[in-house]
Structure formats: structure tokens, C-alpha cells
Design a protein around this ligand. Structure first.
Ligand code: GLN
Length: 313
């Protein structure tokens, strides 16, 4: 596998699991009330090769909400349905350097919604999907995420309800965007479908295959379906590299050297272009909303195997 033996890959995964298993720093997200109920000690790591071979340790089948990790995949659907130029013009690709739910970003960046990996840009991406009804919008988005995973992803209803019932901040973002003509369907519809997208259940194994699809030039290694056109993969990975960790993106890139996306459910997926995907999950987050154990695990594996795209970290 890219010149690295299977046993070395498994050893790196096992070692990261053993090294960080007992860490208890950080806290589950609590602004979505139900996320406090996820057992905080869960921890899983899966490294996938572009042919879909998995190297795993820990709780890799547990289903948690995908949250913001859904964002690059819906941006991919916008690119597929329209073009990367539309994504750039109607949403933007610049990193904000601000938290994922920033409203300030909308004001200071000349009313652009900035990039599809923060809430504003992600809600705008949902609104950009060509669909003549809310059901169709949701169907297309869920189908696309399932195509990346190579498996039907199910809505975690309780997570959806809990987040939608308390979605005042995202509702504000949707309405503000709409007032700036930067949201392209009814704001409440965009909010509902975005919140559902974030409440899809995924396992660490699912996330690894989603990442492997990007590592494999947009073709799912299990179903062999071309989910994202190959020529658009580098553009998507570049946005993940600059904005995947919000206000911690520079720090992450300096440490792990890999494009990646995090979610407040505790998941992270990182992509080594052409070579691997590494997914990890653990619910306790740092102040930027990124999983502490998942970050440490991926960073260590990247370092040990020399996977950082800028050279060995
Ligand atoms: N659904 C979450 C929200 O909109 C996603 C945030 C995240 O994972 N960073 O707040």
C-alpha cells in the first residue's frame, strides 16, 4: 500500500489507539443537547486504502452524527450539479479564521458566506442544490452522502429534533444570508435540510470509505461509482486543507499536514491524496469543536507513516 506494508499500517493504528485511549481531556458538544448523551469514552480509528481495505481499532461501528463532516461532500454535490465556479461565486472558498458558527464572518467578508465548510457556506450549499421540493433536496443530499459512504446512511431522528429545536444561531445565519441574497431557497427549508444532513448517522468505517472515495479520485472503492468528477477532487481537498478545522485550520495543517474535516459529533476524516483516508471518532472536543483524541490519533499516524503532504511531520 503506497510502499507501506499492511502490518505497519495496522501497527500505527493500534499504537495510536493504545496511546490515546485513556485521555479524558475536553467535553462532548452540549449546544445540541442530545450530544451530551453520547458515551464520552468511545474511541475508534480506521485507516482505509483507496481500494477499500480497512485497518481498524476500537469503536469503529458505533453510529454517531456526521455533523460538519457532511459539508465537503455536499459541496461536492454542488460542483457535480453545477461547477466549481458556481461554488466560488455563490458561496466563496476563503477560510474565515473564525469559529464554525460565526455571524461576524458574514459581515466582515463583504457579506460573502465565505466557504462551504463553515455553517453559513454549508447552509448556502444546501440551498444551491437543484431541487423542486424540500423532499427532493433532502433525498439528493442524503443519496450523495450515502454514495460517498457506499452504504445507505440513516437519519438519527433524535439528533435532528434536538438540533432543530435549538437551532436559533443557524436560523439567524440562514436569514441573514437570505437578506444578502446569498441563500438560494427558502431559509427555513435550507435550515431543516442542513440540520438533517448533519444528523445522518455514520460509523468510523463509513467515514473512512467516504475519505477513501476522495483519496481514490472521487470513485467509491466498494461500489466503484464515480461520485465526484476526478478533476474536482483537488479543489475540494484544497478547501478542506484551508478551512476544514475552522479557526484551527492552520494549526492542524502545521501539525498533521493533511486536508481533513471535523464535526462536533466527534468525528474527523483526513485524506492523503491518492493514498489513504484516516477516520477517527471520539466525542470529547476542544474549544474549537474538534475531537481531541481523533486529532491526536490522526496526527500521530500521519507522522509515524510520513503521510503529511508537505513532507514528514
Ligand atoms: N450541525 C452543527 C451546527 O450547525 C455542525 C457544526 C459542526 O460540526 N462543527 O452547529
Amino acid at each position: 500500500f503506497s510502499g507501506i506494508t499492511a502490518s505497519r499500517l495496522q501497527t500505527a493504528v493500534d499504537k495510536a489507539y493504545a496511546d490515546f485511549k485513556n485521555l479524558s481531556e475536553g467535553r462532548n458538544a452540549d449546544y445540541i443537547p442530545i450530544l451530551t448523551e453520547t458515551p464520552s469514552n468511545l474511541f475508534g480509528i480506521v485507516l482505509a486504502t483507496p481500494d477499500g481495505t480497512l485497518f481498524s481499532a476500537g469503536d469503529v461501528e458505533y453510529k454517531f452524527s456526521i455533523q460538519s463532516i457532511s459539508k465537503p461532500f455536499t459541496a461536492a454535490l454542488v460542483m457535480n450539479q453545477t461547477s466549481p465556479e458556481v461554488l466560488k461565486e455563490k458561496i466563496g472558498v476563503e477560510p474565515t479564521g473564525l469559529p464554525f458558527n460565526s455571524k461576524l464572518a458574514l459581515e466582515i467578508y463583504e457579506k460573502r458566506s465565505v466557504n462551504p465548510l463553515v455553517n453559513a457556506g454549508a447552509i448556502a450549499a444546501v440551498s444551491l442544490i437543484n431541487a423542486d421540493s424540500e423532499d427532493k433536496r433532502w433525498y439528493l443530499i442524503r443519496q450523495n452522502l450515502s454514495d460517498f459512504a457506499g452504504s445507505e446512511l440513516e437519519l438519527l431522528e433524535k439528533v435532528y429534533q434536538s438540533e432543530y429545536d435549538t437551532a436559533w444561531s443557524n436560523r439567524a445565519i440562514a436569514n441573514l444570508l437570505y437578506s444578502y441574497h446569498r441563500l438560494y431557497c427558502d431559509p427555513e427549508e435550507a435550515l431543516r435540510v442542513y440540520t438533517k444532513q448533519c444528523a445522518l448517522g455514520v460509523s468510523c468505517e463509513n467515514l473512512a470509505i467516504m475519505g477513501a472515495t476522495l483519496a481514490n479520485g472521487g470513485k467509491n472503492p466498494i461500489t466503484v461509482k464515480q461520485v465526484l468528477q476526478k478533476e474536482h477532487v483537488p479543489e475540494l481537498l484544497a478547501i478542506m486543507a484551508t478551512a476544514g478545522f475552522y479557526d484551527e485550520s492552520g494549526e492542524w495543517m502545521a501539525q498533521a499536514g493533511l486536508p481533513a474535516k471535523t464535526g462536533v459529533g466527534g468525528g474527523i476524516v483526513a485524506v492523503v491524496p491518492g493514498k489513504f483516508a484516516i477516520a477517527a471518532f471520539s466525542p470529547r472536543l476542544n474549544a474549537s469543536g474538534n475531537s481531541i483524541k481523533a486529532m491526536k490519533a490522526i496526527r500521530q499516524i500521519s507522522g509515524e507513516l510520513g503521510l503529511g503532504i508537505y513532507g514528514a511531520n
